[in-house]
Design a protein around this ligand. Structure first.
Ligand code: FAD
Ligand code: 2HG
Ligand code: ZN
Length: 472
């Protein structure tokens, strides 16, 4: 018997150390880009158990891959093919620990599913704004580890801005108790912000204190047909001016991206699909009342029609219509997955330069890669595009990935660099982009990142090869 497996069984109970049977839920990533093999999948139920697992792995020098809902987009939460890595699944740690309505905070286990966190906030008469299509299965620990964005960043910020405190198990198996509900605390280095976005490479997040907001009095959704990315940008400026802090969502979707939704989910109907190059989904959250929200929305859309940046628009009459519109947007990644394997570019560009970026990069790819299909959509309000690439119609995606992925990435990332953007806006680096990171960070920045990794995880057992490349 492997002595590490015995130690893991002693730490969490034999039933929670999985080594046999179909482990693909833990070993295969959401995008089906990598199917690894774990030494074991370990499912601790408490922070102390997580600490014991990390200590056992550290003693054996065995790498650990922390995992939440395994919905990540960059192959960061699944093991490599070596059979040496232990997957540390946090999903049994799913308790809502406490809510403090007066402090506007909620403290939860890291393995809580995001939707359950949102529900706990709502049950307390409050609002937790982090929202993304994977919310029914992703965990708050995974959201914080990737500093997830989603659809409300334009108003509330990304996961980092929604977190006040963390509890973390260090690479040595110690527990850092940083579950503070303080909004102001300048006592030295910000350890919380170090772990947020570190993708499981610096510590294992076991708990979090989250920042809540008042529930809006009314939330309205509109869908606008826009003729170009330039027009979408003009609409964004008008929306900021007319709605102010009420603007809680601004999503842009190219016609081809939208066309994949009814192609794979025929029950869904996309407004104005044939008439416009882009669709824009807007959300207006109002602290006053629904009539107030509706009046503001109508004024905005009137101004936009007058300007010509919107050619047609519809405002949802009720919650079910609003949900149907959001459902179209959230179905794009799923429709793209149905269409086949794809190349994703989760990029950010200064908002003002997005139209020029798209015009140039669309033309470049169409010129250089025969038959390429661009699936462009994303969170325009934050300057974050999902500038994805699908193989030519009817083409062999495996062959396309093998022959063209590097080239497509090189073309897109060089454009991102020219436009002062980022090659990862919200999904992280994982293994998929680790080799690219050194080309997109300055030597000074990389040096500090390496020094931090060495200081916090000198053995290199936490998610090795993710974020920072191994040979680095
Ligand atoms: P996992 O996939 O399990 O892990 C992600 C990374 O975090 C890995 O590196 C893992 O090792 C690490 N990790 C996980 N848990 C912990 C922990 N407790 N401690 C330390 N490290 C940990 N992302 C966005 O930002 N915005 C979106 O709009 C968005 N939409 C999505 C829509 C769909 C349909 C899907 C499938 C994904 C989407 N994502 C989006 C990707 C995204 O990163 C996540 O869904 C989510 O944040 C990951 O949470 P998870 O629990 O699934 O983490
Ligand atoms: C979204 O915004 C997600 O829907 C996924 O971040 C993006 O599939 C993608 O490329
Ligand atoms: Zn996104």
């Amino acid at each position: 018997m492997n002595p590490l497996l015995s130690a893991l069984r002693a730490a969490v109970g034999a039933a929670n150390v999985l080594t046999e049977g179909d482990l693909s839920a833990y070993e295969l990533d959401w995008r089906r880009r990598s199917h690894g093999k774990a030494l074991a999948v370990v499912r601790p139920g408490t922070t102390e158990e997580v600490a014991a697992v990390v200590r056992a792995c550290a003693a054996a020098g065995t790498p650990i891959v922390p995992q939440g809902g395994n919905t990540g987009m960059v192959v960061g939460s699944t093991p490599d093919a070596s059979g040496r890595e232990v997957v540390l699944s946090l999903t049994r740690m799913n308790r809502i620990r406490s809510v403090d309505p007066d402090n506007l905070t909620l403290t939860v286990d890291a393995g809580c599913v995001l939707q359950n966190v949102q529900q706990a906030a709502e049950d307390a008469g409050l609002f937790f704004p982090l929202s993304l299509a994977a919310e029914g299965s992703c965990t708050i620990g995974g959201n914080l580890a990737t500093n997830a964005g989603g659809t409300q960043v334009v108003r509330y910020g990304n996961a980092r801005e929604l977190c006040l405190g963390l509890e973390v198990v260090t690479a040595q198996g110690e527990v850092w108790q940083g579950l503070s509900g303080l909004r102001k605390d300048n006592t030295g280095y910000d350890l919380r912000d170090l772990f947020i976005g570190s993708e499981g490479t610096l510590g294992v997040i076991t708990g979090a204190t989250l920042k809540l907001h008042p529930q809006p009095a009314a939330t309205l959704t509109a869908w606008a047909a826009v003729p170009s990315m330039d027009a979408a940008l003009t609409l964004l400026g008008l929306a900021h001016r007319h709605l102010g802090a009420g603007l809680t969502g601004f999503e842009v979707m190219g016609r081809f991206a939208l066309s994949l939704v009814p192609r794979h989910f025929p029950q869904q109907r996309v407004p104005f699909l044939q008439e416009s190059a882009y669709g824009v989904l807007l959300e207006n959250s109002d602290q006053e009342s629904e009539p107030h929200a509706r009046a503001l929305f109508e004024k905005l859309l009137e101004a936009a029609m007058e300007d010509g940046c919107v050619t047609d628009a519809v405002v949802a009459e009720n919650i079910s219509q609003a949900r149907a519109l959001w459902h179209i947007r959230e179905s794009i990644p799923l429709a793209q997955a149905q269409e086949g394997l794809n190349i994703k570019h989760d990029i950010s560009i200064p908002v003002s330069r997005i139209p020029a970026f798209c015009a140039e990069t669309d033309a470049l790819l169409q010129r250089e890669i025969a038959g390429v299909r661009l699936v462009n959509f994303g969170h325009l309000g934050d300057g974050n595009l999902h500038y994805n690439v699908q193989a030519p119609e009817g083409g062999d995606m495996q062959a396309f990935l093998r022959d063209q992925e590097e080239r497509v990435n090189a073309l897109v990332f060089e454009q991102v660099r020219r436009f002062d953007g980022s090659i990862s806006a919200e999904h992280g680096i994982g293994t998929l982009k680790a080799a690219k990171l050194p080309h997109h960070k300055s030597p000074v920045a990389l040096g500090m990142m390496r020094a931090l990794k060495k200081a916090l995880d000198p053995q290199g057992i936490l998610n090795p090869g993710r974020v920072l490349p191994l040979a680095d």
